[in-house]
Design a protein around this ligand. Structure first.
Ligand SMILES: [Zn+2]
Length: 287
């Protein structure tokens, strides 16, 4: 309800032929999809909220940018700016305000945990390592995927078999300490026991495969255009860095490695530096 295609038909500078932003308003944790048709030889950039936009040529002759909106961004009105650089170097810009609405994510009860689970001395370096892979100013220009993503648990579970959804918030309290961490769930968890097959939700290239302290045996796929999938807590990794995988290929096995209480698959999806709700990508094709 209330969703629309935000096609801009007037007020565009002459370098633009058309511009469209899909599924307005965008929810927290949503993916902004901006499709622009320009005059020939125009380079596009811009910003959504505070993130730089990267545009790539699409088969239909348009240029497309995908940008995640953070799950914790305060709902409100934020800028979308499109910058068109002409062959002579001059720049024409178009700006409008777009509405970001609540994702209605749940806040769970505060939970006391073993303080070593949330010790920033352990979690911060790993977070930085992850961000050094998934946040880049030079996204891969090839789009490896086509159409809708498939659940990585499709080999063993109904696509609705989630044990924890994206966006849930919780406070963790380090037992016997003053440690208090505002946590939020950056992906979706699928239940399922040790050794079940994890499949690639879409084609991509393996850019990380190895053990991490918190996330356990981890694999990261680069789907291109700044879109990355992460799979944590595996009992086995069955791909190597540099390998190309197709949608549905087995990439590893469900496990309980890293700092978890039981075997499950955590899948998260990064879209140009922001973890988004992966379910959106199971429900509709991008672009
Ligand atoms: Zn998880």
């Amino acid at each position: 309800p209330g969703e629309s295609n935000g096609a801009v038909t007037s007020g565009l500078p002459s370098a633009f032929i058309s511009a469209e932003i899909r599924d307005l308003p965008i929810k927290q944790g949503g993916t902004g999809l901006i499709k622009v048709v320009t005059q020939p030889d125009v380079k596009l950039g811009g910003i959504l909220v505070d993130k730089p936009l990267y545009f790539f040529p699409n088969e239909d002759g348009s240029q497309v940018s995908l940008q995640g909106v953070h799950a914790l961004l305060e709902p409100g009105v934020y800028p979308l700016r499109l910058d068109a650089t002409l062959p002579d170097g001059s720049v024409q810009s178009y700006e409008q305000l777009i509405l970001i609405i609540s994702g209605n994510y749940l806040t769970g009860e505060s939970l006391p945990v073993d303080p070593s689970l949330i010790d920033p001395a352990v979690t911060d370096p790993e977070q930085k390592q992850l961000e050094s892979i998934t946040i880049t100013t030079t996204p891969t220009p090839t789009r490896f995927w086509q159409g809708q993503f498939l659940s990585p648990a499709i080999a063993y579970a109904e696509s609705t078999y989630f044990t924890s959804r994206y966006g849930t918030r919780r406070v963790y309290l380090g037992q016997g300490t003053d440690l208090k961490v505002n946590w939020w769930h950056t992906g979706v968890d699928f239940g399922g026991g040790d050794g079940l097959a994890i499949t690639a939700p879409a084609a991509g290239q393996v850019i990380f495969a190895g053990p991490l302290t918190v996330r356990g045996n981890a694999t990261i796929l680069d789907h291109g255009w700044g879109v990355y999938s992460g799979f944590w807590h595996q009992s086995a990794i069955q791909v190597q860095v540099g390998q190309t995988v197709q949608q549905g290929d087995v990439i590893g096995l469900v496990g309980g490695t890293g700092r978890v209480t039981g075997a499950h698959l955590h899948w998260e999806l990064w879209v140009n530096g922001v973890q988004v709700d992966p379910l959106d990508w199971l429900n509709q094709p991008y672009p």
